[in-house]
Write a protein that binds this ligand. Structure first.
Ligand code: ATP
Ligand code: MG
Length: 318
């Protein structure tokens, strides 16, 4: 879906138990690219990130490949994959509490993590940590490192987790709603920091967000998930300004703007139980759905300039 060959996702399916939560996910990212993933609750955003990381024991990946700079992660033995992921992939989980032990100081946890990866240099640590925290707009490194996660807000925890990923020198960052616990002004600040991380360190990023306006600001491209499938993928500005898929259009009206204006809810519910075998997932909620939509085979089509849509109506433009 792009010439980028840093990260290649091909035909990825993932789910829990007997259920498939995301299916047929394919896209490529170039080094340093930022992809924002949007979609309603339950559409599979977190599952997609977890499937790329490949470290969740509850998650099954029955099909598809994830390839990082020529190394197919999905073909590696568990131990090898864990080692490679620890070295190269930073993950900021949706639940900020899960990144850290709440009652151990950040300093101890930073040091333990660095040490476990052979990256701990006692004489350089304080300076490096201060630099990483500063890049996320956090000053007073000594006080932060001496604090425990339970003393911090969820938003602070997420930013500190981002700083740790930076400290580890990982070159692929997967961040699950890293700004959701923050107010609108701080969200924008964190988005600017993420852009700076890319400018200064070339870190490739996949950022999950509920906020399409933020995705338009931060992302080079936007991927829209619905019912576990990619329904639209394209340059961020084009997806935000001229969405092709009716779901993205509905979402545009239902998502808060950067200044935090209240959303109008999207009528109806997203599908339960993962992608259906036939028909467009969105057809039951789509104001323009026809008979064709209920039987159409899923396919992402390029409407020009790398702007893909899975709307089965011609060209995706209704
Ligand atoms: N650990 C799990 N075990 C079983 N099912 C799960 C698990 N995690 C997620 N699911 C299911 O997989 C589907 C996709 O969930 P996922 O958490 O990926 O959605 P999401 O887009 O991240 O939602 P949200 O915006 O609420 O975070 C949902 O139907 C969800 O119920
Ligand atoms: Mg999620």
């Amino acid at each position: 879906m792009s010439s980028g060959g840093f990260l290649r996702i091909s035909g990825l399916c993932a789910g829990y138990g007997g259920e498939i939560a995301v299916a047929d996910i394919s896209f490529n990212l170039a080094r340093g690219e930022i992809l924002c993933v949007v979609g309603e609750s339950g559409c599979g955003k977190s599952t997609l990130l977890k499937a790329i990381l490949g470290m969740d024991s509850a998650l099954r990946i029955p099909a598809g490949t994830v390839t990082l700079e020529g190394t197919e992660l999905t073909a590696l033995a568990k131990k090898e994959r864990r080692k490679l992921a620890a070295r190269r992939i930073g993950m900021v989980f949706q639940d900020p509490g899960s990144a850290f032990n709440p009652i151990r100081s950040y300093r101890r946890q930073f040091i333990e993590t660095l040490r476990s990866r052979g990256l701990y240099d006692p004489s350089a640590f304080e300076g490096q940590a201060a630099q990483a925290l500063e890049k996320l707009g956090l000053e007073d490194c000594k006080r932060i490192l001496g604090s425990c996660p339970y003393e911090m807000s969820g938003g602070m925890n997420q930013r500190i987790a981002l700083a740790l990923a930076l400290l580890l020198g990982q070159d692929l960052l997967l961040a699950d709603e890293p700004t959701s616990a923050l107010d609108a002004t701080v969200q924008l600040q964190v988005a600017k920091e993420l852009l700076r991380l890319r400018e200064e360190s070339g870190i490739t990023q996949i950022i999950v967000t509920h906020n399409l306006a933020l995705a338009g600001f931060l992302g080079d491209r936007i991927a829209v998930l619905y019912g576990g499938r990619l329904v639209e993928l394209g340059p961020a500005k084009a997806v935000a300004a001229e969405p092709r898929h009716p779901y993205t259009r509905s979402l545009m009206g239902a998502i808060p703007t950067l200044d935090g204006k209240l959303p109008a809810p999207l009528p109806g519910q997203p599908p339960l139980g993962g992608p259906a075998k036939a028909g467009c997932e969105f057809a039951p909620r789509c104001p323009r759905a026809s008979e064709k939509c209920r039987s159409a085979q899923y396919a992402l089509r390029d409407g020009g300039s790398g702007h893909f849509s899975a709307c089965c109506q011609e060209g995706g433009a209704l």
